[in-house]
Write a protein that binds this ligand. Structure first.
Ligand code: LR7
Ligand code: MN
Length: 523
């Protein structure tokens, strides 16, 4: 048995054999194969033909930044149960995940791998998978648990966690690849402090060529008030506390899929909310809860795991808005008054039933957790709070035309032109703006920006905090919104719904330059 385990571990040292995808290289298909791959793309949500061509135990380069290569780790460490839930995942990607974990974890540290089949509806992950697993890992290292009913990934992970018996739980998605020395930094950090929840740094694997992208660097997690996870650069204050780029980075949130936690601590902290269905929300819930209830969250630059980023999912959401409802549960239980900022985006959910969450409220009391305000002040002080510490907030309305500034529902992940639309009475989140004490007119992350010439487009651009093009002076007497150069003003003249707002020469007699700010807090 012992010998067998050593052999798995040594397998990672095999040389690249010239076959497709070795060392994480991209794989390109011929026309015929590509046509086949395209036709399967919507079902599989990534290039399954490429995945099938690549060895299950393909070689990868050492993905760690150079600073990590001189790190040493204790020889006596806790062991881990790796839990992977899957629903309708392509077997080649699932098994590549397992091979990468088994081959790249020192035998002493890998207690078991638990695969939780969440009612998959494809035969290849049924008896064929059992057969593969017992042939390749006859020592029982890899276990399969099956659920007849669809659990969703949240209850699925709970099922796996309850079955696990290792010291530490490590959760992975079913389309990952663990790289050289991925597990040592994780177990080391948890052995130093069991209340730290650890995330490896997630590298990207292409959904089209399965190329492993090295050199991904370090980032931390944030969130939007619509309760989606976002990536952010490491803040200055955190950079200052670190001596080396190999050091852990504290993060306000995690992406959700790839993390490690002391097994008993996971249950002490309340596991997951079993009332959350299918997908979404549990990642921010466990992040807020960990920080608020006395733990912390860290990303480890020296532990690198690849993940195939896909634009769609190979399973159904059972006709439910699970992200919305799961997030409502988390907002109600963990966000105190700040839940109002979620409801700005999801006013439709205000009186929707998200099930009973009284157990989670009890949990919060029992663990004596801190407030969400404490979390914002101490863990995520950079987070912009739309309606606190600002001069004004709400609709920016031009009464003469009945038009309001409006994002027109554009995706706020990049720059776009600022529009106007008939005012909706604050019912649409797209017409909600903040006017800050540094004279920005802004959204959560984007600021109204212009170069200050008439007839040049006004945009929403990432806030830079340096005023200039993003500074707007609200003239209380004339109700004009003046660009910082004071010669041009926001103007609704000749505009109709969905047009881009204009800048014109300031003219205090022009009614299309008179704007009202809905809620003045501190003008
Ligand atoms: O009903 C389901 N049952 C399942 O077993 C739905 C999903 N699953 C499985 C699925 O097969 C997969 O193995 O759960 C795993 C995660 O599902 P994905 O890969 O479709 O999710 P994702 O990668 O799009 O989503 C991210 O956010 C989710 C929110 O609920 C989970 O936390 C995912 O684990 C998480 N993935 C990551 O964090 C990887 C890095 C992505 C980023 C950023
Ligand atoms: Mn995933």
């Amino acid at each position: 048995m012992r010998y067998r385990r050593e052999r798995y571990y040594k397998a990672q040292l095999r040389q690249p054999n010239g076959k497709p995808g070795e060392l994480g290289e991209p794989v390109y298909l011929n026309e015929e194969e590509q046509t086949k791959a395209d036709s399967l793309f919507s079902k599989e949500t990534f290039n399954v033909i490429v995945s099938n061509k690549i060895a299950m135990d393909r070689t990868l380069r050492d993905a760690r930044p150079n600073e990590c290569k001189s790190q040493t780790y204790p020889t006596k460490l806790p062991n881990a149960s790796v839990v992977i839930v899957f629903c309708n995942e392509a077997p080649s990607a699932l098994l590549r995940t397992v091979h990468s974990v088994v081959n790249r974890s020192p035998p002493n540290y890998l207690h078991e791998v638990i695969l939780v089949d969440d009612a998959s509806e494809r035969p290849e992950v049924g008896p064929e998978l059992d057969e593969y697993v017992s042939r390749v890992w006859p020592d029982g290292l890899v276990k399969i648990i099956r659920s007849k009913e669809r659990l969703g990934l949240i209850r699925g992970k709970m099922k796996g966690a309850r079955a696990a018996t290792g010291d530490v739980l490590i959760f992975l998605d079913a389309h990952c690849e663990a790289t050289f020395m991925w597990i040592e930094p994780i177990l080391t950090r948890i052995s130093q402090d069991r209340t730290i929840v650890i995330c490896p740094m997630i590298d990207s694997i292409s959904d089209k060529t399965l190329q492993y992208f090295y050199g991904g660097g370090v980032a931390v997690g944030g969130f939007t008030w619509s309760l989606h996870f976002t990536w952010r650069g490491v803040p200055e204050r955190e950079m200052k506390t670190r001596k080396s780029s190999a050091d852990p980075v504290r993060s306000p949130t995690m992406a959700g899929g790839l993390f490690a936690v002391d097994r008993s601590y996971f249950f002490e902290l309340g596991g997951y909310d079993p009332g959350m269905d299918v997908w979404g929300g549990e990642n921010l819930e466990i992040s807020f809860r960990t920080w608020m209830c006395g733990g912390s969250l860290e990303f480890l630059p020296c532990s690198r795991v690849g993940h195939i980023f896909r634009a769609a999912h190979p399973y159904s959401f059972l006709q439910k808005d699970t992200h919305g409802l799961n997030s409502k549960r988390l907002a109600e239980v963990w966000m105190d008054d700040y839940k109002r900022l979620y409801y700005i985006h999801r006013s439709d959910l205000m009186d929707k039933d998200a099930g009973d969450y009284s157990d989670r409220v009890q949990l919060r009391k029992r663990l004596n957790c801190k407030s969400f305000k404490w979390y914002l002040d101490n863990v995520y002080p950079e987070k912009f709070i739309l309606d606190e510490g600002v001069r004004a907030y709400g609709m920016v309305q031009n009464p003469a035309t009945g038009l309001c500034l409006d994002t027109l529902g554009k995706d706020e992940k990049s720059q776009f032109n600022l529009g106007v639309f008939s005012c909706q009475g604050g019912k649409s989140s797209s017409e909600v703006f903040s006017y800050t004490k540094t004279n920005e007119l802004r959204r959560e992350d984007l600021c109204v920006d212009a170069i200050g010439r008439a007839d040049v487009s006004v945009t929403l651009t990432f806030c830079h905090g340096h005023k200039g093009n993003q500074e707007w002076i609200y003239d209380k007497a004339t109700k004009q919104i003046k660009h910082y150069t004071l010669t041009v003003c926001l103007d609704a003249r000749d505009l109709k719904n969905s047009d881009t707002v204009k800048l014109q020469q300031c003219d205090d007699s022009s009614i299309t330059q008179k704007w009202t700010l809905e809620k003045e807090l501190d003008m």
